[in-house]
Design a protein around this ligand. Structure first.
Ligand code: NDP
Length: 444
């Protein structure tokens, strides 16, 4: 059995009941095969075994009290996966589906994504099975304070710098930061995605969605195309989806559909983003209300149907495994040409294979959504330097980082003889630096 297959088999045996982690590791390690074959020293130093085993996994209890005095207990997680190239960096997810498998898959992806940005940040991820939906601000605050009371002893501006993810936006980061500062008595860049009044960076909120649009536009430019006149379907209506929509629209694309976890809206005239922002960011409402407010639009219960809408570009921006084989086939049948992953692992392995076989330009998450973490690293740089860059400065840096990511993964794919296979290209381009740093550090 070859080295990669053996590591994958061991990984599955040692970590049973972690299907998402197996899925991510399978995609990553299989695509590293051509590189591993050229480097027999990887096997001698058990590099892949070390790469797929987190440096540290922290599991903790998060007790909190609701507005009626009821006591609840959630699980808290922080996986400090790999610090070879910099402090652990990666978001916190608050969603009832969160478990160790999901945090580990996200953490493993994050290592390569962070490396791809070219910035000095390691990989980590964390979160809780807490569901922020339907909770009052005070309940959210008490939960965040309890979560940080434990987490604060494991993180630090030079150790581990968490950020937001699903269910963790500006409000949550504010409460988490407030509790960190109170306990540790230091006002430092220990979290990113902070508010502008206490050390945040302009353009961080927009960064993941904008970055997704920039890298997709670059893939188009390389093929003599652009967003102008293209029909685009975006899933989700959270932070990534909203700002992907904003930038796609400004680049001339027509976004015709978006969803939340209840159902999707189809607006053939083009989504009115101001209405979406009002509903999702201000009122914390549901996409259903969009159809009630904007004439001529359709609302459909359930999410999957969104992928049957004909489009040139699909940007999944909600959650993992939202595009399965059947949905990928529907997209291909309707002529999709570009798929850019805003969410983490939104396409199943089968779906990716459908896209690649059909010649769709497929931009994997670790490259396509890296703009968020890249801008988080720019936030860290501003915090350390006590600097504050303008929106335009940050946006310009973000754009050039995304273009570089595209070029690096494109040239890695060419170097290994798989031109246009950006799954392989992104994994190899990201892994190069990790392998070099881990090797330099010896067996640790
Ligand atoms: P938000 O919480 O802001 O938005 C998530 C969106 O996805 C909401 O519309 C939500 O609907 C929907 N959603 C969540 N779970 C499901 C589900 N199981 N089925 C259908 N819809 C679902 O999160 P973000 O926008 O921050 O994150 C979205 C994705 O992007 C995630 O995969 C995240 O890991 C990834 N990402 C985020 C980054 C960031 O900077 N925020 C950076 C890089 C990646 P509802 O409101 O109904 O729950």
């Amino acid at each position: 059995m070859n080295y990669v297959d053996r590591v994958l088999e061991e990984l599955k045996r040692k970590n049973p009941n972690e299907p998402e982690f197996h899925q991510a590791a399978t995609e990553i390690l299989n695509s590293l095969k051509p590189m591993v074959e050229k480097h027999p020293e990887f096997e001698k130093s058990a590099l892949l075994e070390r790469f797929t085993e987190p440096e540290r996994v922290i599991l903790f209890r998060v007790p909190w009290v609701d507005d009626e005095g009821g006591v609840h207990v959630n699980k808290g997680y922080r996986v400090q996966f790999n610090s070879a190239i910099g402090p652990y960096k990666g978001g916190l997810r608050f969603h009832p589906s969160v478990n160790l498998s999901i945090i580990k898959f996200l953490g493993l992806e994050q290592i390569l994504k962070n490396s791809l940005t070219g910035l000095p940040i390691g990989g980590g991820k964390g979160g809780s099975d807490f569901d922020p939906k339907g909770k009052s601000d005070n309940e959210i605050m008490r939960f965040c304070q309890s979560f940080m009371t434990e987490m604060c002893r494991h993180i630090g501006q030079d150790t581990d710098v968490p950020a937001g993810d699903i269910g963790v936006g500006g409000r949550e980061i504010g409460y988490l930061f407030g509790q960190y500062k109170r306990i540790r008595n230091e006002h430092v860049g220990v979290l990113t995605g902070r508010g502008l009044s206490y050390g945040g960076s302009l353009a961080r909120k927009e960064a993941t969605g904008y970055g997704l649009a920039y890298i997709t536009a670059e893939a188009m430019r390389a093929r003599g195309e652009s967003f102008a006149g293209k029909t685009v379907v975006i899933s989700g209506s959270g932070n990534v989806a909203v700002y992907a929509c904003e930038k796609v629209q400004s680049l001339g694309g027509k976004v015709v559909a978006m969803y939340d976890s209840n159902g999707y809206v189809y607006d053939k005239n083009g989504i009115d983003l101001a209405v979406v922002k009002q509903i999702k960011e201000v009122e914390r409402g549901r996409m259903k209300e969009y159809a009630e407010r904007v004439k001529g639009t359709e609302y459909h219960e359930g999410c999957k149907g969104i992928w049957t809408i004909p489009c040139d570009v699909a940007l999944p921006c909600a959650t993992q495994n939202e595009i399965d084989k059947e949905s990928a086939e529907a997209l291909v049948k309707n002529g999709v040409k570009y798929v850019g992953e805003g969410a983490n692992m939104p396409s199943t392995l089968d779906a990716i294979s459908v896209f690649q076989k059909a010649g769709v330009v497929f931009l994997p998450a670790k490259a396509a959504n890296a703009g968020g973490v890249a801008t988080s690293a720019l936030e860290m740089a501003q915090s350390s330097g006590r600097l504050f860059w303008t929106f335009e400065e940050v946006d310009e840096k973000l754009k050039s980082i995304m273009i570089n990511i595209y070029r690096n993964m494109d040239s890695a794919a060419r170097e290994y003889g798989v031109e246009g296979d950006y799954v392989t290209g992104a994994n190899i381009a990201g892994f190069k630096k990790i392998a070099e740093a881990m090797t330099a550090h010896g067996i640790v």
